[in-house]
Design a protein around this ligand. Sequence first.
Ligand SMILES: [Mg+2]
Length: 266
Amino acid sequence: MNANRTSRERALLLSRNSRANAGFACLRSGLANGQFQRLNKKLLLFDIDGTLLTSGGAGEKALRLGFRDCFGIDDDLTKVEIAGRTDSGIAREMLAAHGFPATAENLARFFDGYLHHLALELPAQKGALLPGMLPLLDALRQREDIVLALLTGNLERGAELKLTHYGVWHYFEFGAFADDHHDRNALGPFARERAKARHGYEFPPENIFVLGDTPHDIACARAIGARAVAIATGKYTSAELSAHAPDFLLKDASDIGAVLKIFETP
Ligand SMILES: [Mg+2]
């Protein structure tokens, strides 16, 4: 594309860049370098299922088989809301539905069974990264002003299994998981604390973006005053997500340029 620019277009571009650089230098002169960079960093918190990838049903099948192994009941999960909720919240609901107390022991047994089956089901089911996600992560990883992390209802080990299977675990610095709390709206502060511990800086809410595919992700962003980026690649349509008034709404992440523009918002 650059090769096709006319000399006038190139001149205009150079002129614009030099003006932008002058503004940058002017702002920078008032702040120490490190402080300047920290103030402009954006924290991106990614949901996993329906946002980064679909496991092809591996997650739900592993929940069902894990529960059956531990408690002898084949719950077909038709009465349980899965999308957008935490594994620990789902486990508590399944235990309660069948009269088992949500003791630490019962939860640990269930999670062990779930993780065992998840490792087996991921390669057995036909899942995939969702459109645009791999090139988007590659582009975001190049930017020094972007911090990539997870905010997910998965257990940390479950998240690691899923993202490793699809080759993207290493893109993320840290995360907040179902191990931290069973209420998704309580996960944001864990992510913020970990970001602060790693970067020595409290990210202001307007520099935090929560990317997810359900109204629960939008609510989770609101709970910490962050910006909600809804992506309609899960069980909810664009119209359904729009009703929850996200700050940004995408059909999917395939238009990388359009997605990157979101994170240039001042
Ligand atoms: Mg999701």
